[in-house]
Design a binder for this molecule. Structure first.
Ligand code: SF4
Length: 374
């Protein structure tokens, strides 16, 4: 089974930390919807397995699209592919786009999972991150989603923010666990090159928080998640039983996916493709029935490295039987050697033919993953 990803690159405002491809020129939404539908038809043979189990609207801000525009993209998808009856259809949304009427209309057309970009319940943090909503809108968005009938709601949070003291992070977690949501994605702030926060950091206008503070915040996150019966199934993702993000899990489980829209990536186990990161070039190419993408064939080493990065992030870890069947005995020996090294410092767990990160290894996962890679 495979996944479909729609990249909707429109944002009313650019958040100060964000390095996703987006544009604040939102005048071309209907042209984009038509172009993506055309791309869908042109790429209908990309997926070897045409049975679709997850559809994901990401961005950008998909919640800037009308329900009718989302519906037309879904209908195109259903007409081209064999979409499973129990398909998970996720839409990322900004809190200030979510009123009851809009939420009811998108639920009706088939969106069955919402991922709401709350980030923090502090106005100071939201202003630093240049989010366009306020804490009341964030709380209302989740409340309205539940009232509308959504049964699978995820909330995004960011920690490690310079304006966010430990007590605020704790309060954010208290608030979100009170909300009766099924899933939480919590990411440490990253200073991506050329974002506003990165520039502010370089100019000394803001300072990174201390690593000890970051670890405290991460530990508070895992502690509260555990106390609220959330499963820590991926470094940055927590969910109630059976509410794992199926779409993101398929990225981590090496499932094929087709990405549509400017800057969207696709993967079919043998190669990776990525569309041009320009709305103008994307629309122009599609107006000539062409898809503006680049691609690379994945060699064995790259596929192995991809598997190391993605599997180590999850609670299932590296499956040594899979490594043996896909890559061979020498790769198994390499994984075991590195695993043994980090198990001595209790950062990795070797068990039942799997290699996983322990809690102590999660905060230094980048260093550990780089050792597993070849
Ligand atoms: S974080 Fe989301 S809303 Fe903000 S600029 Fe990036 S894509 Fe747009």
């Amino acid at each position: 089974m495979s996944g479909i990803y729609f990249h909707i690159p429109f944002c009313k405002v650019k958040c100060s930390y964000c390095d996703f491809y987006k544009t604040t020129n939102i005048s071309k939404m209907s042209e984009l919807v038509s172009a993506i539908k055309l791309e869908l038809w042109l790429r209908k043979d990309y997926l070897a397995d045409r049975s679709i189990k997850t559809i994901y609207f990401g961005g950008g801000t998909p919640s800037l699209l009308s329900a009718a525009q989302i519906d037309s993209l879904l209908k195109a998808c259903f007409s081209v592919f064999d979409v499973q009856d129990n398909v998970e259809i996720t839409m990322e949304a900004n809190p200030d786009d979510l009123n009851l009427e809009y939420l009811q209309s998108i639920l009706k057309i088939g969106i069955n999972r919402l991922s709401i970009g709350v980030q923090s319940f502090s106005q100071t943090d939201l202003m630093l991150m240049k989010r366009r909503h306020n804490p009341i809108q964030a709380k209302n968005a989740v409340k309205f989603a539940r009232q509308a009938g959504f049964k699978n709601i995820s909330v995004d949070l960011i920690y490690g923010v310079p304006s966010m003291p430990f007590e605020q992070w704790k309060a954010n977690l208290n608030e979100v666990f009170k909300m009766d949501v099924q899933h939480i994605s919590a990411y440490h702030l990253t200073y991506h090159q050329n974002t506003q926060l990165w520039n502010d950091l370089k100019k000394g206008k803001i300072q990174e928080i201390e690593e000890t503070e970051s670890v405290l915040q991460f530990n508070e996150l895992t502690k509260q998640a555990k106390a609220n019966n959330f499963i820590h199934y991926e470094i940055s993702n927590f969910s109630k039983e059976v509410f794992f993000s199926q779409h993101n899990s398929s990225y981590w489980n090496q499932t094929d996916y087709l990405g549509l829209g400017p800057s969207a990536h696709s993967y079919d186990k043998k190669s990776r493709q990525w569309n041009v990161s320009s709305l103008t070039h994307y629309l122009l190419a599609l107006s000539h029935n062409k898809i503006p993408f680049e691609s690379e064939i994945l060699e064995v080493k790259e596929r192995f490295n991809d598997y190391m990065i993605t599997s180590l992030r999850t609670m299932w870890g590296i499956d040594l039987e899979y490594v043996l069947s896909e890559f061979g005995q020498s790769y198994v020996s390499h994984v075991k050697n590195i695993g043994k090294k980090y198990s001595k410092s209790n950062q990795v767990i070797l068990k039942n033919n799997s290699v996983k990160l322990a809690q102590d290894g999660m905060f230094v996962s980048d260093t550990i993953m780089s050792e597993f890679m070849l």
